[in-house]
Design a binder for this molecule. Structure first.
Ligand SMILES: Nc1ncnc2c1ncn2[C@@H]1O[C@H](COP(=O)(O)OP(=O)(O)O)[C@@H](O)[C@H]1O
Ligand SMILES: [Mg+2]
Length: 281
């Protein structure tokens, strides 16, 4: 297991109540995990615990254990941890460095700080420009970019450090459908590169397509977790802040009107083939 949380509870400094309650889970290397849940469910707090930001920056009271690659998270330095776990914020505006004048320099910034050789830096920057289709933007000022472009640059900068675990906290919340598809294409590429990915995202149809496993969080607890095809076809998640894919929801409505399904489908293609077979496939 590349990431393991055991009985994690957390209270922010100066707050009376805990916001995370006894959360345990493990990530297997190379898998994509989707996290769903209403606002304030504790998703970002969990991300911050996995990357060590809690308790290194936010103190408060953290109990339980976190292991990264089998080692207690407290045994890593902040620098070591940031080269294993990459995190992309919900808001791309907050993660542009602010000290670089071009996109190309911005992409090299993280590597510069780690003393990566100029040759390797050049190779990596070119690779990221290609992967993220940034060629037309290389000489622009990062501040002049649109929200979607900033998001792509921010993601590319994060990946320049080649983290094994990639946490994407609502990466598409500012993006139009086309840029959203672009981000999911990148998720697919990262998956093929063997990265372990945590994707906090409300777009369940896309989660259904790309994730191996899903968590549903509510009020600081994990209410459901398991294989995507089991969690995202379970109507009970609707009562816990989860959502179902469009095709699943459609077939659920049909089921309520008397149509029988052996198992609710997850995608439109699956729904079509199940309905062609009369529903009980
Ligand atoms: N810096 C903070 N200080 C105090 N409380 C916080 C802080 N950040 C988040 N919270 C609280 O923690 C809870 C979980 O928030 P968060 O992890 O951001 O949820 P989500 O990402 O699911 O919206 C919320 O009740 C929120 O108000
Ligand atoms: Mg959040």
């Amino acid at each position: 297991m590349i990431v393991s949380l055991k009985n994690i509870s957390y209270r922010y400094p100066l707050e009376k109540e805990s916001v995370i309650h006894n959360v345990s889970f493990s990530f297997e290397k190379g898998k994509v995990y989707g996290m769903l849940g209403e606002n304030e469910a504790g998703k970002t707090s969990i991300c911050n615990i996995i990357r060590g930001f809690i308790p290194n920056f936010f103190q408060g009271e953290l109990t339980g254990e976190v292991f990264i690659k089998g080692k207690a998270i407290s045994e890593y330095t902040v620098g070591e941890l940031s080269s294993i776990v990459g995190y992309s914020f919900q808001n791309p505006f907050t993660q542009i460095s602010g000290v670089k004048e071009t996109v190309e320099e911005e992409l090299a910034y993280g590597m510069e700080n780690l003393g990566v050789s100029p040759e390797k830096m050049r190779r990596k920057v070119d690779e990221l420009i290609e992967l993220f289709h940034l060629q037309p933007l290389v000489n622009k000022n990062p501040y002049e970019l649109s929200g979607g472009q900033k998001q792509r640059v921010a993601l590319a900068s994060m990946l320049s450090l080649e983290p094994e675990v990639v946490i994407l906290d609502e990466p598409t919340s500012q993006l139009d459908p086309k840029s959203t598809e672009d981000i999911f294409e990148i998720v697919q590429i990262l998956k093929e590169q063997g990265k372990t990915i945590l994707l906090v995202e409300h777009k369940v149809d896309l989660l259904a397509q790309y994730c191996d496993e899903i968590f549903v969080m509510q009020k600081g607890e994990i209410k459901f977790s398991g294989k995507t095809e089991d969690v995202l076809t379970n109507p009970e998640i609707l009562q816990f802040g989860g959502q179902l894919p469009q095709a699943t929801l459609f077939c659920l409505k049909m089921q309520e009107r008397g149509k029988q399904f052996a198992k609710l489908p997850l995608s439109v293609d699956e729904a079509v083939s199940v309905l062609r077979n009369g529903g009980l496939a």
